[in-house]
Write a new protein. Structure first.
Lengths: 390, 291
């Protein structure tokens, strides 16, 4: 019986390891796992692995990483954490997003990040406040107009992050509200009208209408995290986190020389933790960009699942492609067929005298529905009406 | 009926479904823990077939609920037969109102939709909830409730509890993210396209009269096609269609008759783009590899 108790201890340790790796395992699962352990299935590790995998996994990503975690824990193969990466391993050493964020803020004081709203009286959660700000000549206004590149001190950076998150929230509610404001009825629902007429002795006093449901948009974001974009990455990560959080139908990917799916990490409610999880996923951020290859990878592996006819694809990149010519155009053409609208946000577009002549940008432009600057908070805010119209 | 895992695998094979080992384990667990099984995978990997085979090996009914957007309780659970109720009211006009009411809200006037039908069976059926991702999130929440207590309350009749707990199989292809609550409630299995060897066994099991040589060539061709960058990757159903088409045309060796092979690829390639990509030359090259 001692051996049994030992096995149970090991099992609960395994559940903890899985939770550390992002699995959500409740008490019911753990209890069922104990039953599996007591059954003949536990006799062979391979069988036990299959059984626990069916029990503990909830989606494809977990399904794919389960075997490694299982082997590491039960068969002691020495791997503790498993990252979901696609493509080849990074060549250079780890340069994480968090370090990038810290690089943007020279002193990198943690307490500044924990208190994003330095001016308590701002409380700019409602739009009226923001409008008020834009009129006056306050510090906040300059921040809205300031290129993200020039935001240097940690407090301003934190402020910019908070503003980006707020803006994302506005965008999100605008998109989400659309589904409630459904059109009025067009056709009579005969069946339900008859049902409703029964209390009136069969006289159809109350008519029941059928309406066409409006379906919310799905947002898929591809964020360029290459070296040339590194000054912007931290702010955009925050922006995307704001959109993703609570927005049921959204997917996010990060790309530089490879493409990494970051949806799960960005769903984390706490932005700082989300960015930390992201940095684990995206080791090697900041190298060159192979936009064409990454988009092709997206088309091949993710587009079928991720994109629907109701999807808006948002690509945030400067369009400096170091890959083979032609690849980007071909990938964009394929994407064009799969989604409703393509938005390309280019921070450089806001610079004075910038023309989209970079080869990559020129290849992609014919397929883009909205090509907009995204170098300041104000430019991000200007996107809102466009999204509301969709 | 308690089976061992190898038992289940053998019986599935008897029912014409060639399962890999982990699927048999998952099915075994499903019986042991009485949890529903959520199967995810690309279109055409045989998700729905699992439920059919499962019903076959347990010799029970298969009750299928096809999900679609806007699927509601009336279409999934139960509905009163309003027309019959109205007729009954008219026919008994002037009678005792209470008696009429008691009559028109009796089971005779209840239309059982798949979910109610599934819990009213005496022998536990297999309930297949197909393409759950198409249904709305509210329906998912409702389903969750049903899947946890297996009872339904009809206000006019009272609570109907399951006579036997059905085996529930849900399928999804991952287009829409399902709620975490539903995922946690279910066992999970991810189905991949079959390996070449498994596909060969599937063809042999499902296409009677095919020679092993031809089946091997078909499986090889399909495996090669899946490696190409196609817009729509052929599923197992396409493989079987193609094998039947070749058999029907009297082809015994693809290598000797590449023209027929190319012509019948319409069974497998379902978009114009794919058709253009797999040209005659590409086909010939593939045929040369497998023949």
């Amino acid at each position: 019986m001692d051996a049994g108790a030992q096995m149970l201890g090991r099992l609960s340790g395994f559940a903890t390891t899985l939770r550390d790796n992002g699995f959500s395992i409740g008490l019911a699962e753990a209890a069922d796992a104990a039953r599996v352990l007591a059954s003949p299935l536990a006799a062979r590790p391979a069988l036990l692995g299959q059984a626990l995998r069916a029990l503990f996994c909830a989606d494809r990503q977990e399904w794919q990483k389960f075997d490694d975690i299982f082997a590491a824990y039960w068969l002691a193969r020495g791997i503790r954490r498993v990252r979901t990466l696609s493509g080849a391993a990074p060549k250079q050493g780890p340069r994480t997003l968090r370090q990038l964020a810290a690089a943007g803020a020279p002193q990198g004081e943690p307490e500044a990040r924990q208190a994003p709203q330095r001016h308590g009286e701002d409380g700019a959660a409602n739009p009226a406040d923001r409008r008020g700000r834009r009129e006056g000549a306050s510090a906040a206004q300059t921040l809205e107009r300031m290129d993200f590149r020039h935001i240097a001190d940690p407090a301003s950076l934190a402020e910019a992050h908070a503003a980006a998150a707020r803006l994302a929230a506005v965008l999100r509610t605008r998109l989400a509200r659309r589904q409630r404001r459904a059109s009025s009825g067009r056709r009579i629902d005969i069946r339900r009208s008859i049902r409703a007429s029964i209390p009136h002795g069969g006289t159809p006093l109350e008519l029941v209408w059928r309406r066409r449901r409006q379906r919310p948009l799905k947002l898929v974001v591809l964020l360029d995290a290459s070296g040339s974009m590194s000054l912007y990455t931290a702010v955009f990560t925050r922006f995307i986190h704001g959109v993703m959080h609570g927005f049921g139908q959204a997917d996010a990917f990060l790309f530089h020389t490879r493409l990494v799916q970051v949806s799960a990490a960005l769903r984390d409610g706490d932005p700082q933790r989300a960015i930390e999880r992201l940095s684990l996923l995206a080791e090697g951020v900041g190298g060159g960009t192979r936009i064409g290859a990454c988009l092709a990878q997206f088309v091949r592996w993710h587009a079928r699942r991720s994109l629907t006819s109701r999807s808006v694809l948002m690509i945030i990149s400067d369009g400096y492609d170091t890959g083979a010519p032609g690849a980007l155009g071909a990938a964009m053409a394929a994407l064009r067929k799969r989604c409703r609208r393509i938005v390309w946000l280019n921070p450089m577009l806001g610079w004075k005298g910038y023309e989209p002549v970079a080869r990559g940008m020129a290849e992609a432009l014919p397929f883009v529905d909205l090509f907009a600057p995204a170098h300041t908070l104000e430019s991000l805010q200007r996107l809102e009406p466009w999204f509301a119209r969709l | 009926m308690a089976f061992t895992r190898d038992d289940i695998a053998a019986r599935l094979e008897g029912a014409g479904y060639i399962a890999d080992r982990d699927l048999a384990t998952a099915l075994l667990l499903m019986d042991m823990l009485r949890r529903p099984l959520l199967i995810e995978g690309e279109a055409g990997v045989g998700k729905t077939e699992v439920a059919k085979a499962l019903a076959d090996i347990h010799a029970t009914n298969l009750i299928r609920l096809q999900c679609y957007e806007g699927l509601d309780q009336a279409a999934a659970l139960y509905e009163w037969n309003y027309q019959r109720q109205l007729l009954a009211i008219k026919a008994r006009e002037g009678g005792d109102p209470e008696a009429i009411e008691a009559e028109i809200f009796s089971e005779r006037f209840l239309l059982a939709r798949p979910l109610l039908a599934a819990i009213r069976q005496d022998i536990a059926p297999v309930l297949l909830i197909d393409e759950i991702y198409r249904a709305d999130e509210e329906f998912e929440a409702f389903l969750l409730e049903l899947l946890s207590d297996f009872q339904v309350s009809v206000p006019e009749l009272g609570t109907i509890a399951a006579r036997a707990i059905p085996r529930v199989v849900l399928t999804s292809n991952g287009t829409r993210e399902l709620s975490d609550a539903l995922r946690r409630r279910c066992l999970y299995h991810h189905l991949e396209y079959p390996t070449q060897e498994r596909e060969l066994r599937i063809i042999l099991a499902r296409v009677p009269g095919i020679s092993i040589a031809l089946a091997r060539q078909v499986a090889g061709m399909i495996a090669a096609l899946r490696r190409e960058e196609l817009a729509k990757i052929p599923g197992v159903a396409e493989t079987l269609d193609w094998a039947r088409a070749l058999l029907g045309l009297g082809v015994t060796d693809i290598g000797e008759d590449p023209v027929s092979a190319y012509d019948t690829l319409t069974c497998v390639l379902k978009t114009q783009e794919d058709r253009a990509r797999i040209s005659r030359e590409v086909t010939d090259r593939m045929v040369a590899q497998v023949a």
